[in-house]
Ligand binder design. Structure first.
Ligand code: TRP
Ligand code: SF4
Length: 330
């Protein structure tokens, strides 16, 4: 496809820790799949991380490098896509400010994630002006590049709906500058962590992309399974098995169906069933581990790659902001 015909994609990821399998299956894997079909802007959104981690702000830079290494190691190609750091492109902040002028307060107060996250992150004080503006900043991220497509999981649907509303309002007030961004719902298989709850860094139950093969084994082997299977001879139901959420994401369909059948007829033991996904994961992330080892030893190279991405993003952002300033008239 010719360069001009490619639609623009934008997505962001918060640098709040090393990437785990949930992040990979929910977002990162898709970023790689989209990179040659679209003009992709992918951002490590440091200011979004700061909105909840401001009491521990120094860690964000370290996590930015970690996230860049994770992304490059799973196969993001910095020639194909623009991989950059949000806070290195100051236009995000300017557009966020301008959008905040036209965003009615009830619109942001209504976003369900605002109250949900306050509960989930109860140990942090996120009852702040900045956190309320989280989805407005997200809107700025997206439309700064005139992105038409935003690949995200279901949890971001409310933010995307708000982004569309803000975009419409801006266009009505100042002239049609921005396309209305469309959500591209990526299938986000809900991955269970080692304790059976949702995989999350804050629950301490995550399997990280950078885990060594021994660690992957040690984490999955004792993982919670369907409680019906007290004995090897008891039949089970894969749909009620936390471990099987990993199979759903990482074992190919045919093999997975065989295992599901075997589980339902007590034809396989849980450890043997888990071994299949352990082996797939070890195999799948072999090239990742190789690439990561190289990049870990050369952080300057990674920062340099991000710098190049920042410069490309800045160029696009500056072009948009010139139009925006002219439209507003100040
Ligand atoms: N809020 C998103 C998340 O938590 C991250 C994000 C920030 C984002 N800006 C974005 C995603 C713009 C898509 C587009 O996952
Ligand atoms: Fe889960 Fe597999 Fe055991 Fe069935 S056999 S309960 S799917 S681990």
């Amino acid at each position: 496809m010719s360069e001009q015909k490619k639609k623009t994609v934008f997505s962001g990821i918060r640098p709040t820790g090393p990437a785990h399998l949930g992040n990979y299956a929910g977002a990162m894997r898709n970023w790689v799949l989209l990179q040659d079909k679209y003009k992709c802007f992918y951002s490590i959104v440091t200011w979004h991380a700061l909105s909840s981690e401001y009491q521990n702000s120094k860690i964000i830079k370290e996590y930015t490098l970690e996230m860049a290494i994770d992304l490059l190691s799973i196969g993001l190609d910095p020639e194909e896509c623009v991989l950059f750091v949000q806070s290195d492109v100051k236009e995000h902040a300017e557009l966020h400010l301008l959008l905040s002028m036209v965003t009615p307060l009830p619109w942001v107060e209504r976003v369900p994630t605002f109250k949900d996250m306050q509960k989930e992150l109860a140990d942090r004080d996120i009852n702040t002006y900045g956190y309320l503006g989280y989805p407005v900043l997200q809107t700025a991220d997206i439309i700064l590049y005139k992105a038409e497509i935003v690949p995200v999981g279901e949890d971001q649907a409310a933010h995307l709906e708000l982004a569309r509303e803000i975009t419409r309002r801006f266009n009505r007030l100042f002239g049609h500058i921005f396309p209305e961004p469309q959500i591209m719902l990526t299938e986000t298989p809900r991955l269970a962590g080692t304790d059976g709850r949702k995989m999350s860094k804050s629950f301490g139950n995550a399997i990280y992309l950078k885990d060594r093969p021994e660690v992957i084994k040690a984490k999955i082997a004792p993982m919670v399974t369907d409680t019906r299977r007290q004995r090897r001879s008891d039949a089970g139901e894969p749909n009620d098995c936390p471990a099987f959420t990993l199979h759903n994401a990482f074992v190919e369909k045919e093999r997975r169906e065989e295992l599901a059948q075997a589980c339902r007829t007590a034809g396989i033991g849980c450890l043997d069933c888990k071994k299949v996904v352990i082996e797939s994961l070890i195999h799948l992330f072999e090239p990742y581990r190789e690439k990561r080892t190289k990049l870990e030893g050369n952080p300057d190279l990674v920062w340099g790659t991000l710098e190049q991405g920042n410069a490309r993003a800045r160029k696009a952002a500056q072009k948009t902001m010139a139009e925006v300033r002219a439209a507003i008239g100040i």
